[in-house]
Ligand binder design. Structure first.
Ligand SMILES: *Cc1c(COP(=O)(O)O)cnc(C)c1O
Length: 393
């Protein structure tokens, strides 16, 4: 017989990395409420609230908007398996870790994956995107709007316009942007957008919001053959959530409560105020980092993500030790780099809850102490520079 175990007591970390981000207290309260069954009318009221409010964050009038059971990668897998058929030419704009994951899922799906590569930290220009699409004439195009591994924003309007000229569908990974900055599904022309809930929506990981344009929906509804995945089959999910509420799988009820509350918090703040809070937090953070003598990884300020800030680890400094000290002495988590950028950058997230003056100052203070302990001489005070930005706002 195993021994009795004591009550769970998790450490209180302040999450300012690449995700998950901090959970809003109202979300935790929602999650403590008793569950109903997956066929209870109450659950469908909750999913209807979610549908309406997700549409605001997505910037869409799409009728088809729901949340897939699973994390952001589940949304990615759903988007690709439902819209890319084996043998299809699938053009992926690749400039980071998550673009590579899209290519990998495409490869496993049997697609003819064609990559258009840019260095990590840069994006394809409008002209590059357009000429690649007109040259390749793919069935489906994918790009990552907010690349969490590098901190860059890929504007997608010209890319979507070119894709539609050759009648291709566009899949966009909006995992990190949703809830933190305008996603603009409709204005951009994105056909399939997917996201997660543990970054900008201040929930724990477990759901993946997805939205389909009228054209994507038409293609889905016209599909005659069954696709190989059952769990992520959007036609079946549509029948469960929308149509006759036919059992498909037992929806993770508690996660839906969480997402509803996360979206309620956003509605209360106002989505535009929330975007502005992230923009301001970003400006203050960058001012602080630069005052300390650090260099942002994304050189063009116009394509920096407000909620995910990548900053270079100074030469000769052990970034892992800096992050460990921040965690152990300040209880703040930030992330390191991935792949090509491993040990070269810090990734500082201000997604949702953390994008506030006091949190940004606390982070800058902790980072300053941790960098000094590793032998880095900071130039000027980061907190003072950040305070100035807040004071002049
Ligand atoms: C986090 C992330 C994902 C994957 O989401 P998971 O929730 O970890 O499955 C996909 N794309 C981007 C851009 C991300 O930041």
């Amino acid at each position: 017989m195993p021994e009795k175990i004591s009550a769970l007591c998790s450490p209180k970390r302040f999450l300012m990395g690449a995700g998950p981000s901090m959970v809003d207290p109202r979300v935790y309260e929602g999650m403590a409420q008793p569950i109903v069954s997956h066929l209870d009318p109450f659950l469908f009221q909750v999913t209807e609230d979610i549908r309406k409010h997700l549409a605001v964050a997505f910037g869409t009038k799409n009728e088809f908007t729901l949340a897939i059971s699973g994390t952001g990668t589940a949304g990615m897998e759903t988007s690709i398996t439902n819209f890319v058929s084996p043998g299809d030419k699938f053009l992926v704009f690749a400039n980071g870790y998550f673009c590579d994951r899209i290519c990998e899922i495409g490869r496993r799906q049997g697609a003819n994956v064609v990559r258009f590569d840019k260095p990590w930290g840069e994006v394809a220009s409008d002209e590059e995107a357009r000429s690649a699409i007109l040259r390749e004439r793919p069935r489906v195009v994918a790009y990552v709007q907010a690349e969490t591994s590098t901190g860059v924003f890929q504007e997608g309007k010209a890319l979507c316009d070119a894709a539609h000229e050759v009648e291709a569908l566009v899949i966009s990974d909006v995992v990190t942007s949703l809830g933190c900055m305008p996603v603009e599904i409709d204005k951009t022309g994105i056909d399939i957008g997917f996201s997660c809930v543990q970054k900008g929506l201040a929930c724990p990981p477990g759901l993946s919001p997805i939205t389909l344009s009228p054209r994507a929906l038409e293609i889905l509804r016209a599909r005659e053959n069954d696709i190989r995945t059952f769990y992520f089959d959007l036609k079946l999910l549509d029948e469960y959530y929308k149509g006759g509420h036919r059992y498909h799988h037992t929806a993770p009820i508690t996660m839906f409560y969480a997402l509803r509350e996360g979206l309620a918090v956003i509605a209360e703040e106002g989505i535009e105020n929330r975007w502005e809070r992230h923009r301001l937090g970003h400006r203050a953070l960058v001012a602080g980092l630069e005052a300390m003598g650090l260099e942002m990884h994304v050189s063009d300020p116009a394509i920096r993500l407000p909620m995910l800030n990548t900053v270079r680890v100074p030469d000769g400094i052990d970034g892992t030790a800096v992050r460990a000290r921040l965690r152990d002495e300040f209880s703040i988590e930030i992330s390191g780099g991935f792949g090509d950028l491993a040990s070269k950058i810090f990734r500082i997230g201000i997604m949702g809850v953390p994008a506030q003056r006091e949190n940004i100052l606390r982070l800058l203070e902790g980072l300053e102490v941790s960098l000094r302990a590793e032998g880095y001489a900071t130039h000027a005070s980061g907190t003072e520079a950040a305070e100035k930005v807040y004071a002049s706002a």
